[in-house]
Write a protein that binds this ligand. Structure first.
Ligand code: PGA
Length: 288
């Protein structure tokens, strides 16, 4: 079956090929530079009980480096995982102010966010450093959540593909199988303007289509692609209802246990169905 639809990121011509797959959703909170140790501990006191039935998705919280240990302690015995917001591409050495993958892993963390647009914008991260950090995270036994996303709506597909080409394409098949991708349109981060489920789904389809071209059908079917950018309890469910959206990367709304708990639980409802996934053979004609 072939279908075509007009998406905000260009005209996608999509040939679907069906395959049944289970991609366990990931709901990840990115706290950015918020909360001290006391705030971290009190968050988990309420949050733990709010999500103790959410068995159909992985729940990850990424506090600041300083509070990783507090978070690890507070989540012991729960299904909540803890991740870092960044890591150094080197394992050790004279890199003042940096924190390495092995150090993060040794604390008990499972994930690391890599290449968030704020790191690209304020701290000079490039596609090349994102690639190096992704490999460093994998080598340390962490799951990298690799962020991509366009700055402007215009030419979004082109910008996304460029980031994919330079930050992800050079991974080996084995490395690619270990990553999670987060699609975060920069214009939607912290602005309250969420991508519509249709726009987000189109971008996810594009990324998955590129993953198929680069790493093959199986790898593209298996990779989890999260959406991030002004996710709130009232839009989480409709975003997660899109078949290609495998989870959420949540900033502001993850700071409050009740709101993040609601997002996790809404997403879990969606996730409890067996997902019949499609991958796209997509041909994208950029709009000027
Ligand atoms: P936001 O942030 O949910 O506050 O828009 C998302 C992110 O930056 O990961």
């Amino acid at each position: 079956m072939r279908s075509a639809f007009q998406s905000p990121i260009g005209l996608l011509r999509v040939g679907f090929s069906k395959a049944t797959h289970m991609r366990t959703p990931v709901i990840c909170g990115n706290w950015k530079m918020h909360k001290d140790a006391a705030g971290t501990a009190s968050f988990f006191e309420s949050f733990r009980t709010l999500v103790d039935r959410s068995e159909n998705c992985e729940v990850v919280i990424c506090p600041s480096f300083l509070n990783l240990e507090t978070a690890i302690r507070a989540t012991r015995g729960t299904r909540i995982q803890v991740g870092a917001q960044n890591l150094c591409w080197a394992t050790e050495g004279a890199f003042t102010g940096e924190v390495s993958g092995p150090m993060i892993r040794a604390l008990g963390c499972s994930h690391a966010i890599v290449g968030h647009s704020e790191r690209r914008k304020y701290f000079g991260e490039t596609n090349e450093s994102v690639l190096e950090k992704t490999v460093a995270a994998i080598d340390a036994g962490l799951t990298p959540i690799v962020c991509v996303g366009e700055h402007e709506k215009k030419n979004a597909g082109k910008a996304l593909m460029e980031q994919f080409r330079y930050a992800i394409d050079a991974l080996s098949d084995e490395q690619f199988a270990r990553i999670v991708i987060a699609y975060e349109p920069v214009w939607a981060i912290g602005t309250g303007e969420t991508a519509t489920p249709k726009t987000a789904a189109a971008a996810h389809l594009l990324i998955r289509g590129q993953a198929k071209d680069s790493f093959g059908k199986e790898a593209a079917n298996n990779v989890r692609i999260l959406y991030g950018g002004s996710v709130k309890p009232d839009n989480a469910k409709s975003l997660m209802a899109q078949p290609g959206i495998d989870g959420l990367l949540v900033g502001g709304a993850s700071l409050d246990p009740v709101s993040f708990g609601a997002i996790v639980n809404l997403s879990t409802c969606q996730a409890s169905r067996t997902s019949s996934m499609s991958y796209a053979k997509s041909r994208v004609i950029e709009r000027g």
